[in-house]
Ligand binder design. Structure first.
Ligand code: ADP
Ligand code: F6P
Length: 475
């Protein structure tokens, strides 16, 4: 790619750029990796592909000038203070997010939030069209940009448009609550191909089109209208993954191994190190996990320093009420457990509310004997796949909720229903107590699965499905 190029054959658009702009109090500007699984996955897909990435730089105000990083052309989209509040925190994360995650907390509906969502989606569509070469492939990501496919199609009928949802797509009974359900379905139907994490998500979408728009559906395709020869849109499952080779390489580095040993040592070399790593989000089941662990502490089935529990809770969406409430609730509960069950130098729960560099994450995974992944609903959960990837020693045990996308692939995990606290306690104990030889067998099988289905294979499958999506009126 010539460094001056401004039109690209591959354009991806996501709410966030892979990096957030951070301006310090003294005005110094720097860039840091953005949070979340989408960025983890797409960063490695885009490396070496010489495409453009359209997204928000993570702070309100004017957009920085486009720039090139790691051979990617980054095209920032501006969001005003109001748009951050209405499009991002409001409609995306206080309307859609709860509806798409089983209404774990109730959703809020405001017409002015949707108006902002529409305006921002249009700005993204314009930015995409600006950088897309003739006949380009446009790959739109996630629930924040569901109106973009139809907007791009209207402006640029020459491009091929795909959309991938990183989160679940809800059953029609929940989706139907959205006053803007028609606009969203019509927005998505502007794409040629729609990818989802699970078969059930794709089916939920197809059912919503049939029941709410009265559109003809056949197998995994939906006709865009009822007219003869209408365009058909395919919707199917392509579960996302991670950069297995790259992450395993990082885990194998002597510095990472040394850091893992140091982490264990600084925790007093426990018999069992138990780890949780999540964005501080109510979908992740952190409260259920802490409740179960608290009862195990009370019953004396685990106790520090023999068992040590480290919970990394990454700051997320801190101005949204439900997230603020969750933080108070979790930190209150952690404080209670620590007050009751800690010893000097041996906390019952070591709670870390920070972001870390990738190498530190790899060291934590390598150090942990048990990883607790207990979401109430999660599109995939890349943390589970990262843990398995880092365990090149075949060590460790994965406790995995059946309500994650990862559950449908990692069959050798210690499976739990996080709502069933008694069952969760038993599963945690089984993960601790199962003999190492058996755990190694399970870990080996999961590692094979992730190695064979890595992020590059996921991207290739998505792009292949997009390239082969039905042409107008085709089957
Ligand atoms: P989500 O996209 O909902 O946040 P995932 O589990 O799919 O959930 O992806 C989370 C990603 O964020 C993973 O790549 C994980 O390594 C990364 N991550 C989570 N917590 C931290 C943290 N504290 N510091 C750095 N990276 C983190
Ligand atoms: O995968 C769900 C998601 O919303 C992604 O869009 C994003 O990478 C991640 O969670 C983090 O959320 P946010 O961008 O709101 O901080």
């Amino acid at each position: 790619m010539p460094r001056t190029a401004t039109q690209f054959d591959l354009v991806i658009a996501a709410n966030r750029l892979p990096v957030d702009r951070v301006v310090d109090a003294d005005g110094t500007e720097s860039w840091r990796t953005s949070p979340g699984g989408l960025v983890t996955a797409m960063e490695s897909v885009m490396r070496g592909r010489e495409g453009a990435w359209v997204g928000w730089a993570g702070e309100a105000g004017d957009a920085p000038e486009p720039f090139v990083e790691d051979d990617m052309y980054l095209r920032p989209v501006a969001l005003s203070e109001d748009e951050v509040a209405h499009y991002y925190e409001g409609f995306s994360n206080d309307t859609l997010w709860p509806i798409y995650h089983d209404v774990i907390v109730s959703a809020t509906f405001h017409r002015f939030w949707f108006a902002s969502y529409e305006a921002v989606n249009r700005r993204f569509a314009e930015a995409i069209c600006d950088v897309a070469a003739k006949g380009a492939t446009v790959w739109v990501h996630d629930y924040q940009l569901q109106l973009v496919p139809a907007m791009v199609r209207e402006m640029r009928p020459d491009v091929r448009i795909g959309w991938f949802n990183h989160i679940p797509f809800p059953p029609v009974e929940l989706f139907a609550q959205l006053p803007w359900r028609r606009a969203i379905l019509e927005g998505l139907l502007g794409a040629d191909y729609l990818g989802f994490q699970r078969v059930a998500d794709a089916q939920n979408f197809i059912r919503a089109c049939r029941q709410l728009l009265n559109l003809p559906t056949k197998g995994d395709t939906v006709s865009e209208s009822r007219s003869e020869g209408a365009r058909r849109v395919r919707a199917s499952a392509v579960p996302i993954s991670i950069d297995f080779v790259g992450l395993e390489e990082l885990a194998k580095k002597p510095e990472t191994k040394a850091r893992a040993a140091e982490i264990r040592e600084s925790l007093g070399d426990p018999e069992t190190l138990i780890l949780g790593v999540d964005r501080l989000d109510y979908t992740k089941g952190i409260g259920h996990r802490i409740k179960a662990y608290g009862e195990l502490l009370e019953e004396g089935r685990v106790s520090p320093p023999k068992q040590m529990f480290v919970q990394v809770a990454t700051p997320s969406r801190e101005r949204v009420d439900a997230y603020r409430d969750l933080r108070n609730e979790i930190e209150g509960e952690v404080g209670r457990l620590n007050g009751e069950f800690s010893d000097i130098g041996a906390p019952a729960v070591q709670y870390l509310h920070h972001s870390y560099p990738r190498q530190e994450m790899a060291a934590l995974y390598l150090a942990a004997d048990v990883l607790l992944v207990t979401p109430l609903r999660d599109g995939m959960n890349l943390v589970a796949k990262e843990y398995v990837t880092c365990r090149y020693d075949d060590g460790g045990a994965l406790v995995l909720s059946e309500f994650t996308g990862a559950f449908h692939e990692l069959h050798q995990a210690f499976v739990c229903n996080p709502h069933d606290i008694e069952g969760l306690k038993q599963t945690i104990m089984r993960a601790i107590e199962t003999p190492d030889k058996e755990k190694r067998r399970l870990m080996r099988a999961m590692r094979r699965r992730v190695a064979d289905h890595d992020v590059q294979r996921w991207a290739a499958r998505f792009l292949d499905n997009l390239a082969n999506a039905p042409e107008k009126g085709g089957s």
